[in-house]
Design a protein around this ligand. Structure first.
Ligand SMILES: [Zn+2]
Ligand SMILES: [Zn+2]
Length: 155
């Protein structure tokens, strides 16, 4: 796994810069100032942010952003693989490896809401086998595991 371990202390500034550079490369000019700002907000930490949190942050910065503006920016980021929606938290995280992100799975800390992205292997394993046996073609799987990160496990 080339992405940083979000549960460990790490050089997050470098982590954020790399993700932003990758996003610029992926989007070539379509990263408008608003989309970029929303991505930066998501990249401030590895904690998932709800759409409402994002909106509040924008408004606190003096953007007169209405909800649709924040939602559309998030939608763009998700559609282009720069961010992921965490269904369980109804919140978003930035993708830390948009160039090599396929079938992500998420490890969600239920205490601090930090999320680690890892790769699932949807074409292998029991689920894929059962689907094949049923003649079912899987187009998308959402794998979200909830638990406690190392920091939240130690009292
Ligand atoms: Zn980081
Ligand atoms: Zn935690």
């Amino acid at each position: 796994m080339s992405s940083p371990d979000p549960f460990e202390r790490h050089d997050h500034a470098a982590c954020r810069e790399r993700a932003l550079a990758q996003a610029e490369a992926t989007c070539e000019g379509r990263l408008t100032p608003m989309r970029r700002r929303v991505l930066e907000l998501l990249l401030e930490s590895h904690v998932a942010l709800g759409a409402y949190d994002v909106l509040q942050r924008l408004q606190a910065e003096g953007h007169r952003a209405q909800p649709p503006v924040a939602y559309r920016a998030l939608d763009f980021l998700v559609t282009h693989g720069l961010a992921h929606k965490i269904e369980r938290l109804n919140a978003f995280i930035a993708c830390h490896r948009p160039d090599a992100c396929e079938a992500p799975a998420f490890l969600i800390c239920r205490a601090c809401h930090r999320v680690a992205e890892t790769a699932s292997a949807p074409r292998r394993g029991a689920l894929a086998r059962d689907a094949r046996a049923l003649g079912f073609e899987i187009e998308q799987t959402v794998i979200e595991a909830q638990g406690l990160c190392p920091g939240c496990r130690t009292p």
